[in-house]
Design a protein around this ligand. Structure first.
Ligand code: NA7
Length: 537
């Protein structure tokens, strides 16, 4: 007899919502969470300046109309402390903590005889029939592989492991390594107080203005009134954002119209400039060059020193083919006398020393080193747990040539394991995907309960067909020709140097339609039955 019907790993947004939904099935549940509180991404990423790039109201949970009316977001793009408060409010409202075991780092999950045995870092074990991973697509932080990183005498930390007590930069010599979405948010904030800030940029990214501002009372009223229509819009767009691609092609309009449209997007809040652009912006190299040139001109206009401006303009990829960091006066930071930009491709960091770091050109002294060096995306969090399925086969091994899933939520050979944000689920405005996936898994478990079924596993032919669809969706995207976590590349992780089709790049509506069809057809893509060695429940 297992300790629990289901164990959920992770108490971020997906784990929290899954707990709420599975309680409705009367299941005995346990959530195991490595942190000391709920919130996942918003619990861990406490670096200064961390905030949404999705409009706040489009990001919150949609399932509870009462909560939607009770909670008021203060800004169009809320900062991390507010989001963490919001998620704690949800945990309070649903009394979630009674089923969550905090400070519990899962090191292994092994399947046998119809159930899973989980091992924690303290050596303790817990068993459950169902294992639900709610471990996030960007939750395994990676420090730079640079010699001597352990030797630095001052504070040196990854942005996703930011000290809870905060960090004072006043008058300090600070280094930031990395200029992705996280680095950009961090840099623009740290530059305000640091004595001297040195940014080590290996690859510049194309950034665009966030245009954040407080939500007025009138806007608040309208937001609360319009929630159903707004969530309906999110359900219809490609990536669940409020923005969707313009149906026109870049060259269907005149040069003047094109420029005017780019200007309008650049002046508008949020991801419109990225996901609301001309429909061929990320598939047609000539179209992509147009928007890239437009953004490059903006960078040149905003950065006073032409040498620095040129350093900030990406050369090896076009606009929007990697995740676009949204910024607030990021480029102007480089006009400040206390900020220096170092090209880490031209002059690589050779080693970190007790007092700073050494590049191929010179020595630097620092009080604090911040690593905004990203995550082992999509599959990294899975790799960090010793997950073994049928016959002791390791998931890491099974996925050594790339993840293989059915709709990103199930893996062949790993019965009764459901991945809420596994590779090949629709990403984008993530909470929208979380709600769908949680509800899909909950419906499957309800179906199993109803029919006295105890084991679920995807059929090989269904996995094959899904993987063919994943591959097909990726054809023709310019983003596939660029190194980033989108293409499974992380230079700091062994074996992640070559591009793969690491994510699902179809639309969220198409993704949901496929999942819905599986459910509507009675789950024929799954082998559902009584587990060998386990009595039907
Ligand atoms: P990203 O986007 O993966 O960015 C990581 C950055 O760190 C990027 O600029 C990297 O340069 C840089 N990096 C990584 N390792 C090194 C080393 N060893 N030396 C120098 N520079 C390095 O991660 P983020 O946290 O910014 O964003 C991840 C997602 O979180 C984001 O897309 C949002 O959706 C939320 P590189 O480009 O590899 O040359």
């Amino acid at each position: 007899m297992a300790d629990f019907d289901a164990i959920i790993i992770g108490a971020g947004m997906s784990g929290m919502y899954q707990l709420i939904r599975l309680r409705e099935l009367g299941m005995k549940l346990r959530v195991l969470e490595a942190g000391s509180g709920v919130g996942g991404t918003w619990y861990w990423n406490r670096y200064p300046g961390a905030r949404f790039d999705s409009e706040s109201y489009s990001y919150g949970f949609s399932f509870d109309p009462e909560l939607l009316q009770e909670w008021s977001w203060s800004e169009h793009f809320a900062p991390q402390p507010e989001t963490l408060r919001y998620l704690n409010r949800v945990a309070d409202k649903y009394d979630l903590r009674r089923d969550i075991q905090f400070n519990s780092h899962v090191t292994a999950a092994h399947y046998a005889d119809g159930g899973w045995t989980l091992t924690l870092a303290d050596g303790s074990r817990q068993t459950a029939r169902f294992l639900i991973t709610a471990i996030g697509p960007l939750s395994a932080p990676t420090l730079p592989r640079i010699d001597g990183i352990e030797s630095f005498r001052g504070p040196c930390f990854h942005t996703a492991r930011w000290p809870h007590e905060g960090v004072d930069f006043a008058g300090k010599r600070v280094a930031v390594i990395g200029t992705g979405a996280t680095g950009v948010q961090t840099i623009q904030e740290v530059a305000k107080t640091a004595g001297h800030l040195t940014v080590f940029q290996r690859t510049p990214n194309w950034c665009a203005p966030l245009h954040n501002r407080p939500i007025t009372e009138e806007e608040q009223r309208r937001i609360k009134q319009d929630y159903p229509a707004m969530f309906q819009r999110c359900a219809e767009t490609f990536a669940c954002f409020l923005h969707s691609a313009d149906p026109r092609g870049t060259f269907e309009v005149t040069k003047e119209e094109r420029e005017a449209f780019y200007e309008e997007l650049y002046a508008s809040p949020g991801f419109g400039i990225w996901v609301g652009n001309f429909k061929d912006s990320y598939t047609d190299p000539a179209a992509n060059a147009e928007i890239s040139d437009f953004i490059a001109a903006k960078i040149r206009a905003r950065v006073k020193d032409p040498r620095v401006a040129e350093m900030l303009i990406p050369r090896n990829h076009g606009f929007g083919t990697r995740r676009v960091p949204l910024e607030t006066r990021y480029y102007e930071v480089y006009n400040q006398p206390n900020v220096e930009l170092v090209d880490s491709k031209a002059t690589p960091i050779l080693r970190i020393t007790p007092t700073g770091l050494t590049t191929s050109e010179r020595d630097f002294e620092f009080d604090i080193i911040i690593c905004a060096t990203g995550f082992d995306g999509l599959t990294g969090a899975f790799d960090r747990i010793d997950i073994r399925g049928r016959d002791g086969v390791a998931l890491k091994q099974a996925w050594s040539a790339g993840a293989r899933t059915l709709v990103g939520m199930l893996a062949e050979g790993f019965p009764n394991m459901f991945m809420l944000l596994g590779p090949h689920t629709a990403l984008g405005n993530i909470p929208r995907s979380i709600e769908f996936n949680v509800e899909w898994v909950s419906a499957l478990l309800a179906h199993m309960q109803q029919h006295h079924l105890t084991e679920a596993e995807p059929r090989p032919e269904a996995v094959e067909a899904w993987m063919a669809h994943v591959m097909e969706c990726s054809i023709g995207l310019l983003s596939n020709e660029v190194d980033s976590w989108f293409t499974g590349v992380n230079t700091n992780v062994e074996g992640r140097q070559t591009r793969t089709v690491a994510r699902y790049s179809g639309s969220a509506p198409a993704y949901r339609a496929r999942c819905d069809a599986i459910a509507a057809g009675g789950y024929r893509e799954l082998r559902l039955g009584a587990a060998s060695g386990a009595a039907p429940g």
